[in-house]
Design a protein around this ligand. Structure first.
Ligand SMILES: *Cc1c(COP(=O)(O)O)cnc(C)c1O
Length: 390
């Protein structure tokens, strides 16, 4: 790991004649050529060089190179948001008539993409349960081309065994796409197990400070080529400014993620057994149903815990309204601790049945544990729980 961390800190786009230590921001739409012949050569891929920032940009390239190092990937493309990365990857790799097998608990907008948007072009999907491995193989059809998963899932924190799934995808010669947003490469690198493509919402832990949106898709050169072609010509490129911010943020990714995990574990331990709570879920709590898998697959337990407040929506609402330090917002992976009520916000577009199938109960609250003093976080959450009256 230390090699990658060093690269995430030191890797840098070319310095200008000013010999700046921190990388400059290349805020330019297009790039110049010395002469007509050079322009021809760069366009023909005979000579390296940026052409136009929808295609590539030095800040974006620097960021991508770092993410490829961290995820052990050969190549990648950066997008304006995580959903840009998910959509472009699926749209580039799939044809009309293809079928996607996905884990049931996917990010809210990924669910909209699979259920309402891709079907417009004849791309269908099935959902399989993370806890029912036997279900997966039976859902693979001759039309199945790709498997899409999140582990840990949002917000249920369900895990999928990457070693097992890679064996399955190899048996049927499928493309495995892993949304590695919750774990980050600090905790797990799916490509090492055989995953073909890793997608990210850089908006979350990569930025880590709640400032910019961004997305990545990284994998083999062969798989990135059609994604790059699709993205270059449809336009979801990451802005140079956001890439500059994100590249700088990666210098502290390991440090931040380790601290998020340390705080999350301590919070989960402090809340377990709280009389106001029905359940506390955190992958590195021994009471977590997939604890053994979490220990096998993840370096640390991640920065997200979920709690289920006794008394359903009304109790969850009271708990959230009594928070003083913790922010009420829907982002995650921020230095600041955040509480989100998925059933009424991020997952409100799902039907009641869909929410039930993914464990999003009315009392469930997702906590993205930040980097504040753990004593302050525990104090705020326990005082708010103490005020719940139902
Ligand atoms: C936030 C998120 C996304 C979408 O990313 P945006 O940057 O908001 O577009 C995708 N997958 C997961 C798991 C996420 O948490």
């Amino acid at each position: 790991m230390s090699d990658q961390e060093t690269k995430a800190i030191r890797l840098q786009a070319k310095r200008s004649q000013n010999r700046e230590h921190s990388v400059p921001l290349y805020l330019t739409s297009s790039f110049m050529f010395d002469d007509a012949e050079q322009a021809r050569a760069v366009f023909a891929d005979e000579e390296e060089g940026s052409i136009y920032s929808r295609y590539s940009n030095p800040n974006v390239d620097e960021l991508l190179e770092k993410v490829c190092y961290l995820e052990h990937a050969e190549d990648g493309f950066a997008f304006a948001s995580g959903m840009g990365a998910v959509f472009a990857s699926l749209a580039a790799l799939l044809q009309s008539g293809d079928h996607v097998l996905a884990c049931r608990a996917v990010f809210g907008s990924t669910h909209q993409l699979l259920t309402n948007i891709l079907p417009k072009w004849g791309i269908t999907h099935s959902y399989a349960d993370a806890n029912k491995p036997e279900e997966w193989e039976s859902l693979i059809t001759p039309a199945t081309k790709l498997i899409l998963i999140e582990t840990p899932s949002n917000p249920g924190l369900e895990l999928i065994d990457l070693e097992w799934l890679c064996a399955l995808k190899q048996k049927y010669n499928l493309i495995l796409v892993v949304d590695n947003c919750f774990a980050t490469p600090v905790l797990q690198t799916p490509i090492d197990y055989g995953a073909d493509l890793v997608v990210h919402s850089a908006t979350k832990y990569f930025d880590g400070q709640g400032r910019v949106l961004g997305g990545m898709a990284v994998g083999s050169k062969e798989l990135i080529a059609p994604i790059r072609y699709f993205a270059r010509h449809t336009g979801p490129a990451l802005s140079a400014f956001n890439a500059w911010i994100l590249s700088k943020s990666l210098e502290t990714l390991t440090l931040r993620v380790e601290k998020h995990c340390e705080n999350a574990l301590q919070l989960a331990q402090a809340l377990e057994g709280n009389a106001t709570l029905e359940a506390v879920r955190y992958p590195f709590l021994p009471s977590f149903p997939q604890y053994a898998l979490a220990k096998k697959q993840m370096r640390l337990g991640g920065g997200i815990i979920t709690i289920t407040v006794k008394g359903g929506y009304e109790a969850a609402r009271q708990f959230i309204d009594h928070l003083q330090l913790v922010s009420i917002t829907s982002n995650l992976g921020d230095t600041r601790t955040i509480a989100t009520h998925p059933a009424s916000t991020t997952h409100s577009k799902l039907t009641e049945a869909e929410r039930q199938a993914t464990g999003i109960t009315p009392g469930l609250v997702r906590i993205s544990v930040g980097l504040e003093s753990i004593n302050d976080i525990i104090q705020d959450i326990t005082q708010a729980l103490g005020k719940v009256q139902v």
